[in-house]
Write a protein that binds this ligand. Structure first.
Ligand SMILES: [Zn+2]
Length: 442
């Protein structure tokens, strides 16, 4: 467990301002540091085995008003105790953190959907009902509390400032920006609205498509002092029966769009096309031939295979990925709400890029969960409240199409409502690269 313990400790240390402090924390074994974490039954983690949570005893402990699961312990007791200045954490929060953060359940899962995606319904978050909680942040908060007690110090979260109590990472996947006239008209005709198609087609002929709305999105975000990342698809043709872009990224009309995004302090990222998440050559070609230099990626359809995709991202030299989210439900896929370096389970090491997990997508609310924009807002408030507890990051994906009343009425208003709330609550609102820069204190 040494590498895994070192990894979790490294992630923990990246979350707070430690200054000169190097706390003496030990885990299992004979030596007992000032803070000692009891090791549970971690044989399955050490021998690279699938862990079936149904066969595992789960012990729930209260922390910050919520019930938090522990997966590797066999007896219940207090979370931690003090003995003459030494602190004993009696639950294996290292193994539980590692299990969730590393995506262990996905790596060893046999039940994938038709596109090779790990399914929400197979997840431990779904089965035990804690998708809405960033459980790993709770574990780290327990550890932080013990460090503070043991050393008489106060550890502030790195992204939390007087002005910004928490952060919202704003992103847009651009799948479609040329066919509002077609898709919007079709949606209108279904409602027996014959006027909208005429308007959309005229707009297309005389000006630009209604979904070519980058200036509108940027102006809206600017009015809140917010910036964002726009992920563009470099491929047009269909793959595996899934549509890629309805536009050609190489056309000259995109040059001024990229410029405008950058002038607004935003970021242009790559939206990895269908197939590129499992094909290193395909992703490398998209990365090297993209018309702008890019640092960040998110895969179209959130296609992701943890056995191969992580290494492909590292090899392609992305700095950031933001694909780790459940399409079917909002919340925390790795049970974590801050940037982290993903773990290479086969190589037993941390990978050399950062994941900014995805938490909230418009399509999840609208399509998968069938919620109205009004119903969705209550759920968003609860998610923001969780992130706020830890000075964390909530990553939001709003497609450009959802800023238009054609086909998606009401969703732009919800986005505005979220930004209004976040501004009032003093949240920083930034794109992926800016979030990471702040997190690393660059
Ligand atoms: Zn997409």
């Amino acid at each position: 467990m040494k590498e895994k313990f070192d990894y979790i400790l490294q992630v923990f240390r990246s979350l707070y301002h430690f200054g000169e402090l190097v706390p003496d924390i030990t885990y299992g074994g004979d030596r007992r540091g000032r803070i000692h974490i009891r090791q549970g039954d971690t044989r399955s983690l050490e021998t690279n085995q699938h862990i079936d949570i149904r066969e595992t005893q789960v012990i729930w402990k209260p922390w910050l008003g919520e019930s938090i699961p522990f997966f590797f312990d066999s007896s219940d007791s207090d979370l931690f105790v003090e003995n003459e200045g030494n602190w004993d954490i009696r639950f294996d929060l290292i193994a539980s953190s590692f299990f969730l953060l590393s995506g262990w359940q996905e790596y060893f899962s046999e039940t994938l959907d038709q596109y090779g995606r790990f399914q929400y319904s197979s997840s431990v978050q779904y089965r035990l009902g804690f998708t809405r909680l960033p459980v790993v942040n709770y574990y780290f908060d327990i550890l932080r509390t013990v460090v503070e007690k043991a050393y008489g110090c106060s550890l502030a979260p790195v992204l939390q400032e007087k002005q910004n109590r928490f952060t919202v990472c704003l992103t847009h996947d651009i799948d479609t920006c040329e066919t509002a006239w077609l898709e919007g008209s079709f949606a209108a005709l279904k409602k027996k609205d014959f006027f909208t198609p005429v308007r959309l087609v005229l707009k297309k002929i005389f000006n630009r498509d209604a979904w070519f709305n980058f200036a509108e999105i940027l102006a809206l975000e600017q009015s809140f002092g917010a910036t964002s990342t726009f992920f563009f698809l470099p491929t047009r043709h269909k793959n595996m029966g899934i549509k890629n872009a309805d536009y050609d990224i190489r056309r000259p009309k995109f040059k001024p769009v990229f410029k405008m995004i950058q002038e607004h302090g935003g970021e242009v990222g790559l939206h990895g096309s269908i197939g590129s998440s499992t094909n290193p050559d395909a992703l490398r070609v998209e990365f090297s031939t993209f018309p702008e230099p890019v640092k960040s990626n998110r895969f179209h359809f959130l296609l992701y295979d943890s056995k191969v995709t992580l290494k492909i991202l590292e090899e392609t030299r992305f700095q950031i990925d933001s694909s780790m989210g459940f399409a079917e439900h909002f919340g925390f896929r790795n049970s974590f709400c801050l940037p982290f370096r993903p773990y290479d389970i086969a190589g037993n090491r941390a990978l050399d890029f950062y994941e900014i997990p995805l938490n909230l997508m418009d399509g999840t609310l609208q399509k998968y969960m069938n919620l109205s924009p009004e119903q969705s807002f209550d759920e968003v408030l609860k998610l923001l409240h969780e992130v706020e507890k830890f000075g964390g990051v909530l990553t939001v994906l709003w497609h450009n199409t959802h800023f238009s009343a054609y086909k998606y009425p009401g969703w732009k208003e919800l986005y505005e409502k979220i930004l209004t709330h976040c501004k009032k609550e003093q949240a920083g609102m930034l794109g992926c690269s800016e979030v990471l820069k702040k997190f690393l204190n660059d």
